[in-house]
Each structure stands twice: as structure tokens, then as C-alpha cells.
Design a protein around this ligand. Structure first.
Ligand code: MN
Length: 129
């Protein structure tokens, strides 16, 4: 995973991830393109903080198994090729399984309204539940 840095990937902000993650912008939002598309690579065991999005976020799994949880629901597992449509305002997190890295595409729409509202970290107890 360390080799990803410098290959178009940049380290994700440590404040919002437990473990190491890397981001690569595939389509950047601008005045004409209210959509951001990125690859996000998580090392094994890594997950992002609880968060919400002001508009839908769509994830498409490219490598590994994606752990995904919405508040009040059990963790769901998605495999390569699966897509997850996350509705606006739904509190959730996503990340790798404990034993292997995971890469997903993240599509954020209506970026003129913002992309993400970060919340508290996912505890080990929540992750291992
Ligand atoms: Mn999300």
C-alpha cells in the first residue's frame, strides 16, 4: 500500500481515518462538473470516521472486501463489482476488512453543496462487531 503514494495517490488526511488510506482523484469537480470521482485505497483494518454526505455518494468496490455500516444497522460486506448508493444525510463509515486491503471508487454528486461532513472515529468495538 505504501507504494501507492507517488502513483497518483496521496495520503488521506489522518484526522478522518483509523489506519492508512490513499486518495487518487479521477474526475475533479469544477463549475461545469458538479461531481467528484476518486479511487480510495484502504490498508487492511483501515476505515474512515463516521460521516454524512449532503448528496448521494456512490461507492464501487474495485479490490478486496468493503465493510460498510449505517448507524443502527449491522456491518455489511461488499465484494468487487458491487455498488453502494448512500443517501444524503445517512450517518455511515466504510473501510477494508481486517485481513486485506480494499479499494473503492467514490462518486460524490452535487458537489456544489459540499462533499462530506466528518464525525467521530469508528471504535475497534464497532469495527469488530
Ligand atoms: Mn461515505
Amino acid at each position: 500500500m505504501e507504494n501507492l503514494e507517488g502513483n497518483g495517490f496521496k495520503a488521506a488526511p489522518a484526522d478522518y481515518f483509523s489506519g492508512k488510506a490513499f486518495l487518487k482523484t479521477l474526475v475533479a469537480a469544477d463549475e461545469l462538473t458538479n461531481c467528484n470521482i476518486s479511487d480510495v485505497a484502504f490498508e487492511k483494518g483501515c476505515r474512515n470516521n463516521w460521516h454524512t454526505h449532503p448528496s448521494n455518494q456512490i461507492l464501487i468496490v474495485k479490490e478486496g472486501t468493503c465493510y460498510y455500516q449505517e448507524e443502527g444497522k449491522p456491518i455489511q460486506k461488499f465484494v468487487v463489482g458491487d455498488a453502494i448508493n448512500i443517501l444524503p444525510g445517512v450517518k455511515h463509515w466504510h473501510g477494508a476488512s481486517p485481513d486485506a486491503p480494499m479499494v473503492h471508487i467514490a462518486i460524490n454528486i452535487n458537489t456544489e453543496n459540499g462533499m462530506v461532513n466528518w464525525l467521530e472515529p469508528v471504535t475497534d468495538e464497532q469495527y469488530n462487531a
